[in-house]
Design a protein around this ligand. Structure first.
Ligand code: HEC
Length: 145
């Protein structure tokens, strides 16, 4: 990992909201954390609608579903290199069980794909499955902080 340009990139990042990945110096780690933040945002939109905290909107739900499928497809490439940072919550087990880690990313994409976002009832019915795929991977491959 080259440190070239890290200070500049950090400066630009810090201009944004305070996020868990603020202060992360390893660019690869920061990138995968930001990918997960995108996953969280899309899941939050769907979860908020499912719980009635956000007004249901089939177009917005469909866009969040699509984003989740795309993020899931990006997970393997984002995590493939064994990069670490003091602020990372990734466990080395990821690279010891790479095929399983990849399979868990595929499972998340499949759960997103299976969501029927045209109808609130169906969205609610599918959220448990989606949430289960986050938990399955985090439990095995992420430090609880
Ligand atoms: C294939 C495994 C995997 C799946 C599936 C997965 N995650 Fe993660 N997630 C991780 C790992 C590993 C980290 C820790 C990354 C790091 O700190 O380097 C993480 C970190 C995060 C973070 C913290 C990001 C940050 O800025 O520190 C959030 C939020 C998150 N995941 C949300 C989700 C949600 C929501 C889902 C389900 C829709 C999900 N993740 C599915 C592996 C996964």
């Amino acid at each position: 990992m080259t440190r070239f340009g890290v200070a500049l990139a950090l400066g630009a990042t810090l201009a944004g909201a305070a996020l868990a990945h603020d202060g992360v110096e390893n660019e690869a780690v920061k990138a995968r954390m930001m990918l997960m933040d995108g996953v969280k945002t899309a899941t939050g939109t769907l979860g908020g609608m499912a719980k009635g905290e956000i007004e249901f909107d089939a177009d917005k739900a469909g866009a969040a579903r699509q984003a989740l499928m795309e993020y899931a497809a990006k997970v393997p490439a984002a995590f493939e290199a064994q990069e670490m940072d003091p602020k990372s919550t990734a466990l080395p087990a990821i690279w010891e069980n790479w095929a399983d880690f990849e399979a868990k990313a595929v499972a998340m994409g499949a759960a997103a794909e299976a969501l029927d976002t045209s109808d609130l009832g169906w969205l609610q019915a599918g959220m448990g499955e989606l949430g289960g795929t986050c938990a399955a991977c985090h439990k095995a491959y992420r430090i609880k902080k």
